[in-house]
Write a protein that binds this ligand. Structure first.
Ligand SMILES: Cc1cc2nc3c(=O)[nH]c(=O)nc-3n(C[C@H](O)[C@H](O)[C@H](O)COP(=O)(O)O)c2cc1C
Length: 172
């Protein structure tokens, strides 16, 4: 269960050499976290294992982004995206995340694997304004339809740019 953390304006910026790595089961429960994740998110390993990844979910993140993430993983494809996360003491950190299906030797999907790195700094304001628009849509739509409505808005905006979601996130 996610605990309530009060967000602050304190930002933690990843070093270009830092990679945050986690693995999860099929429901998103953490089964592995590297030292960088523990030190940035500020949790000991004993606390993290078995917790849902929404432990680091920041309230500024539109639900539509996670709708897209789970839809993509549901098709057994890899997801790329910009994610603002919250630490145990309310600080935030932006990452460029890649989440992929994790398979056993027989090819059976057993969970997911995520590697996150420092995003390009100049991209953050563009993503922030896009996510603010998505959150506005979510507020207007109401909780039940919010993720679908804002994901649809994002897809439509990307279509208008004449590109696909993957090409968009990899190019900004
Ligand atoms: C491997 C993996 C990594 C994830 N990493 C994050 C992450 O860094 N931040 C985040 O907010 N959600 C992450 N998620 C998505 C969460 O599981 C969850 O869908 C999201 O935080 C929204 O949670 P909520 O709908 O309970 O609010 C990840 C999911 C998987 C499978």
């Amino acid at each position: 269960m996610k605990q309530h953390i009060v967000p602050t304006n304190h930002e933690i910026r990843l070093e270009p050499t830092e990679f945050i790595v986690t693995k999860s089961d099929l429901s998103g429960r953490i089964t592995y976290a590297n030292r960088t994740f523990m030190s940035i998110a500020n949790y000991p390993e004993s606390f993290l294992l078995g917790k849902q990844h929404n432990l680091v979910r920041h309230p500024d993140m539109p639900r539509g982004v996670f709708r897209l993430l789970w839809e993509t993983l549901g098709r057994e494809q890899e997801f790329f995206g910009y994610i603002k996360n919250i630490t145990s003491d309310g600080s935030y950190y932006w990452v460029f995340a890649n989440v992929t299906p994790d398979r056993d030797y027989s090819g059976k999907m057993v969970g997911y694997f995520s590697v996150r790195r420092k995003p390009k700094q100049e991209t953050i304001p563009k993503i922030e304004s896009l996510y603010r628009e998505m959150i506005e849509i979510e507020k207007r739509t109401g909780p039940a339809n919010a993720p679908a409505a804002s994901a649809q808005y994002l897809n439509q905006k990307i279509r208008e740019m004449g590109t696909s979601y993957d090409r968009f996130v990899l190019s900004v």
